[in-house]
Design a protein around this ligand. Sequence first.
Ligand code: PGA
Length: 266
Amino acid sequence: MYRGIGAEHADVAILRGMRLPLIVGNWKMHKTVAEARAFVAAVAPLAAGTTAEVGIAPPYTAVAALRRLARDVGLRLYAQNMHQEPSGPFTGEISAPMLVELDVSGVILGHSERRRLFGESDRALRQKVPAALAAGLQPILCVGETDDERASAETERTLRGQLTAGLAEVDTRRLGEVVVAYEPVWAIGTGQVATPDQAQETIEWLRSVITKGRPDAEARGVRILYGGSVTPENAAGLLAQADIDGLLVGGASLDPESFSAIVAAA
Ligand code: PGA
């Protein structure tokens, strides 16, 4: 089930087969607790005035510190990763129950930086996505092809593999609660955003992979976000596409003004 602010809204939207826009700021390893608090204070008026679901994924330290502040302004909190086990001898890791205790709404899983720099595997993601759902967290499963894969026409193979692994163990009745983020690796942090047409085409294809052979209502409820060099300038064009249900924003989510402008585009 969805948790936190906007929960009823999201459930109703899914029941109706609608997909509510979702904008999430992925802060990566940025902002101390003091900086995070200042950010929330600065965006507060805007988060209250939008119909989209809006969230931020701060570092764990700031997640704990922002718990009340974020709730007060209607901003959802996301984690950037979690371990698939609820507890155990896994030094340096954080589990779903620990996040739930802090009123976290969801968790980004399989971000390309985690895959590339920290050895995050499809095998772990097979377990992480259902573990998040079981704990009551909304998983945001990231998929994306590298420049090389794109150049050698491997995009579909890569995306299909990542998507298939991430959704393999998900109970189809809960599929509609999963969010997928299409983040082409070549677009992340490069300023080289996918064009709205490119993003739409790939996301439409991803949706067809998800819906194939799965119960209609649930599969159609899956929201698919675009991520990679999103800015206030290109957000509206991306969001205008039929299959793009929201945005996962990195660099531009660190500044309250630019994040607010992106939310306003939704
Ligand atoms: P970017 O990052 O917006 O800075 O390209 C997006 C992401 O990594 O989620």
